[in-house]
Design a protein around this ligand. Structure first.
Ligand code: FMN
Length: 300
């Protein structure tokens, strides 16, 4: 009833814990409901340690969350030493997430993650391209170069995580698929900004940050829909604003084969257990399965 397929991977559940919201996964095991997910994605890792941005780097705006953490991480060697040995004992398949400033950076991290024993590698393409002018995920050619380099270096299944800020998300999706991505994650956060009216300062020290949570659901859903319509063979993990079982069903109907949940973990660390229950209720009452729902939105 719950099983789903993402290219070469078979998942016991379509629910995925999104990168950056469950730490290394290892250190989320005590507070989260890891057994509820088909996979959990660790925080993105770079080739060397990144200290992240200066606070304030988290804030809220409306029903959403703003962050400019700056992908604070210990670097792949330290990450592998700290978490690699614990991965196999967790009650969920762990995926790694790679970031970097060049295709080679991503390849080095992907090799380290694969050696640490992750089941799959997500490429967080929503970070600045140090060799170019903008983030990888906004530029089909730059994004494809990253995927191609990683594809040539690891056998691990690869997911490419794109940005809703891309001008033409279908063009980026098509380029990374041609370069060897096994699936897409749609999407990362959307650029956002807020001002604190008491201090008159931007909520985030860096002013602009990543906006997440319920207000971005329709934006990420639009990406899933457009890419799903244009490239129906390419598996998609929908991601953005999921807080209940109905959101999960919506993403599946729009064309996602799996659905990642992120920001909801901050208010409700065990949200995966509730989502699983609510999805199960829907499947039972509608006498359907996850695979039957995928791309099942009816035309007008
Ligand atoms: C505090 C925070 C940190 C995040 N860090 C990462 C990260 O390291 N790598 C990544 O690919 N996505 C990261 N994300 C993005 C989420 O994985 C997810 O794509 C996004 O928040 C949209 O989903 P949501 O609305 O369910 O949170 C982060 C999100 C938040 C809120």
């Amino acid at each position: 009833m719950f099983t789903t397929t993402l290219g070469p991977l078979h998942l016991r559940s379509p629910l995925i814990a999104a990168s950056g919201t469950v730490g290394s996964v290892v250190d989320f095991a005590e507070v989260g409901a890891l057994e509820s997910y088909g996979a959990a994605v660790a925080k993105s890792v770079a080739p060397v340690r990144w200290d992240g941005n200066e606070p304030p780097r988290l804030g809220s705006s409306g029903a959403g969350m703003l962050n400019a953490i700056g992908i604070q991480n210990p670097g792949i060697d330290a990450w592998r030493a700290a978490y690699g040995p614990a991965i196999a004992d967790l009650p969920v398949p762990v995926w790694g997430s790679a970031v970097g400033g060049s295709p080679e950076d991503f390849a080095v991290v992907a090799e380290g993650l694969a050696a640490a024993g992750v089941t799959a590698v997500e490429l967080n393409l929503s970070c600045p391209n140090l060799e170019g002018e903008t983030m990888f995920a906004l530029d089909p050619k730059a994004a494809a170069r990253v995927v191609e380099r990683v594809r040539n270096r690891v056998d691990t299944p690869i997911g490419a995580k794109l940005s809703p800020n891309a001008e033409d998300i279908v063009a980026v999706a098509s380029a990374v698929a041609d370069a060897g991505a096994d699936w897409l994650v749609l999407t990362n956060t959307a650029w956002g900004f807020a001002v604190d009216i008491a201090t008159r300062r931007p909520v985030l020290r860096r002013a602009v940050g990543g906006y997440s949570g319920p207000p971005i659901k329709a934006i990420a859903m639009r990406c899933v829909w457009e890419v799903g319509q244009a490239l129906p063979q390419l598996p998609i993990v929908g991601c953005g604003g999921v807080t209940n079982g109905a959101d999960v069903v919506e993403y599946l109907l729009a064309g996602a084969s799996a659905v990642a949940v992120g920001t909801a973990h901050f208010a409700e660390p065990r949200v995966g257990a509730r989502l699983s229950k609510e999805l199960g209720k829907y499947l039972k009452s509608h006498q359907t399965t996850v695979s039957d729902l995928v791309g099942g939105a009816e035309p007008w």
